[in-house]
Design a protein around this ligand. Structure first.
Ligand code: MV4
Length: 672
């Protein structure tokens, strides 16, 4: 038996960015790619990035991306000789690896026993202890007598950490600071573990107060070669979700790196590992490191390793899966420079990171290339649904050193344009620009420590409002000019206007809506822009006149470091990774009062009308509730702008409305 099985057709049993990522490498190797898709993904990018695609069922992952028989049957139908599971879904599912083997299909991953061995956290620790891989000092025994547990805890020394044996991912962990709290903590932890996992056994460990998450990338082939490709630091996490990942780990002493690499290679060797794997360690402040778990798949954060080693890990996986030796042996694997990845998510940092669903009305990334890599599975116009992980993209920066990589990443985040869905771009930018992060002071409590300052948006709102107003006025001017040209009316004032009117113009007023708030701005028209005189922001905002569709904005003479996209009714100002959307409420010339357009009441934000509390003809007083709009999981009461009568209703309860939708017609003053 030669042991080589050539892969000609590869089925990718995944979706999103990782499916696209795998297809890219497979194509470059001349391998035909087969995508699979759920009903929600018929038009998804991963479908378009493969040579062919097969439907595998409804949107729910359990009925599509997790349906083992359906995937095997599809692979057979498509003539696939191998399946790559990506990450998540079935990537660490031993039954799936088994089903592939039984069907004569190559599973791009380790053999079933290795997946099974690492699937149980307690069993994994036992194997690792035997292989000489360091474990956190602790008690992992089967004897769960209270007296035994108490004795173990005092031997380990306080503080200790109680963990559910059956747990993982941080669930059911409990810190015990002192002996006196132990007994009640054990009782509570056992109750919790029993309820959550149906198994009340506990582990006790020395509690590391400021740990780092450092993981080693390993690779093994079927010929017995096992190598590492250095480490990644993934310490910056939020609720056990990685937020930033980098390689190499900042400040890691070379002797610790060497020892950790050796431990990781020993771990892989101990379970006859094949393919790409990650050995996770928890590291204390003195460089002591301890085995946590082993992931038997390609990780989300593999690109940072690719950047510093110059290797394509998916290509390595496919070579190994075919039975070839590793492309490089240890001595030939080098690292260079520094890489950092952030995970861009459709989640709202202002609302406790609530996942967002909806349409990406705008999605623009800085150009990939010099030092910036973007792995994404969505394009502008796609939607993010409730069915899958709301990750939009991974942004990866590579530089000669950490400072350079972080500088590049911050700029890339600042130039990212996302609209339609709240997202964490601005939040990520503040992390990678944070002085403590820049200084390499990373540990698993980073976000807990700096959460407050990371959550708040820096920047100058007054300046954004003024940029928005000026840009809106400029689009209106361009439109009017265009209309006048088309109508060939030589007497139209717009047709004669060469630009903005001169600065002896009267005071104007514009009312903008943004994020459920109203902003009234007063300005004078100037040649090329607006002059604002009420202090508290820039005075002059100019838009360069003949820039095609672009808005080249200058603020007090300085080019605006962001982008503006406007039509006649709305404008989005992209700045520092955030999208600020404004809607024109009214733009009436002259007079401080004239701005109130009392005729219409409009929706302050997109949402669903959950109640209409008035009927046509109703007499209401100023401030009376008219409708209730549910938007972004909150209820907003739409109130009467004045005393008056409801003249017409344009929507009913249950209707979905756009931001700025004309909800009802209101007649002012008709007091009954
Ligand atoms: C710890 C620890 C401190 N001391 N064990 C969290 C999930 C899990 N698999 C292990 N975890 C931890 N174990 C001891 N003895 C702190 C954590 C921990 C953590 C570890 C890695 C990455 C992020 C983390 C966030 C909070 C707590």
């Amino acid at each position: 038996m030669s042991g080589i099985r050539t892969i000609r057709t590869l089925l990718i049993a995944n979706r999103g960015e990782i499916a696209c990522r795998i297809a890219r490498t497979a194509k470059s190797l001349g391998i035909r790619t087969v995508a699979v898709y759920s009903e929600a993904d018929a038009d998804a990018l991963h479908v378009k990035s493969a040579d062919t695609a097969y439907p595998i069922g409804p949107a729910e992952a359990a009925k599509s991306y997790l349906d083992i028989p359906r995937l095997i049957e599809t692979a057979k139908r498509a003539g696939a000789d191998a399946i790559h599971p990506g990450y998540g879904f079935l990537s660490e599912n031993a039954a799936f690896a088994k089903a592939c083997a039984e069907a004569g299909i190559i599973f791009v991953g380790p053999d079933v026993p290795a997946i099974e061995a690492m699937g149980s956290k307690a069993a994994a620790k036992e194997i690792m202890a035997k292989a000489g891989v360091p474990l956190v000092p602790g008690y992992h025994g089967a004897d769960q007598d209270l007296s035994i547990l108490k004795k173990a805890a005092s031997e380990i020394g306080f503080p200790v950490l109680l963990k559910a044996s059956a747990g993982g991912g941080g669930k059911g962990m409990r810190v015990v600071e002192a002996e006196k709290d132990l007994e009640s903590a054990i009782a509570a932890a056992k109750r919790e573990a029993a309820a959550a996992f149906g198994d009340d056994r506990l582990l006790i460990e020395k509690y590391l107060t400021r740990p780092r998450h450092v993981e080693m990338q390993v690779f093994a082939d079927r010929l017995g070669n096992v190598v590492h490709l250095f480490e990644r630091d993934c310490s910056v996490q939020r609720r056990h979700q990685k937020v930033v990942e980098e390689a190499p780990a900042p400040g890691l002493a070379e002797e610790v790196r060497v020892a950790m690499a050796e431990a990781a290679v020993n771990a892989a060797t101990a379970i006859d590992y094949v393919g790409a794997g990650t050995v996770e360690f928890i590291m204390d402040e003195d460089g002591g490191f301890y085995f946590m778990e082993m992931n038997t798949r390609l990780q989300v954060e593999h690109p940072v390793t690719e950047m510093i080693t110059g290797q394509d890990l998916v290509a390595w996986q496919l070579r190994v899966a075919e039975g070839h030796p590793l492309p490089l042996l240890q001595e030939a694997i080098r690292r260079n420079g520094h890489a950092v990845e952030v995970r861009l998510y459709a989640e709202d940092p202002a609302r406790d990171f609530l996942p967002q669903t909806g349409t990406l009305t705008r999605l623009g990334f800085p150009e990939a290339g010099t030092g910036i890599r973007i792995d994404s599975g969505v394009v502008e116009g796609d939607s993010v649904s409730v069915h899958y992980d709301p990750m939009i993209a991974k942004l990866i920066a590579y530089g000669a050193d950490r400072t350079e990589a972080l500088r590049l990443l911050a700029r890339a985040l600042g130039a990212t344009q996302i609209d339609g869905l709240a997202n964490n771009a601005g939040y990520l930018k503040r992390i990678v620009e944070h002085p403590a992060f820049l200084a390499g002071e990373v540990d698993t409590r980073f976000i807990e420590r700096y959460g407050e300052e990371l959550g708040s948006e820096a920047g100058d709102p007054a300046s954004l409002h003024r940029i928005a107003a000026t840009s809106l006025l400029e689009t209106q001017r361009r439109k009017a000019l265009e209309d006048a040209r088309r109508s060939r009316d030589p007497f139209s004032p717009w047709a004669m206007a060469h630009g903005w009117r001169l600065n002896d113009s009267p005071l104007h007023r514009i009312v903008l809506l943004s994020g459920g708030e109203e902003f009234a701005l007063e300005y004078h028209l100037e040649s090329g822009g607006c002059r604002f005189e009420d202090g508290g922001g820039p005075v002059l905002v100019h838009v360069d006149p003949d820039e095609g569709g672009d808005m080249r904005v200058r603020v007090d003479g300085v080019p605006f470091d962001g982008e503006v996209r406007a039509d006649g009714e709305s404008v989005t100002v992209f700045s520092g990774g955030a999208a600020h959307r404004y809607l024109l409420k009214s733009a009436l010339a002259s007079g401080a009062d004239a701005g109130e357009d009392s005729g219409h009441v409009s929706a302050p934000m997109p949402g669903k009308l959950i109640a209409v509390q008035v009927a046509v003809g109703a007499h209401v007083a100023k401030g009376d509730p008219l409708m209730v709009l549910e938007a972004m999981k909150m209820e907003h009461v739409i109130r009467a702008p004045d005393d008056g009568v409801v003249a017409a209703l344009h929507f009913a309860a249950g209707d979905q409305v756009e931001e700025g939708a004309d909800l009802l017609l209101f007649e002012k003053g008709a007091e009954g």
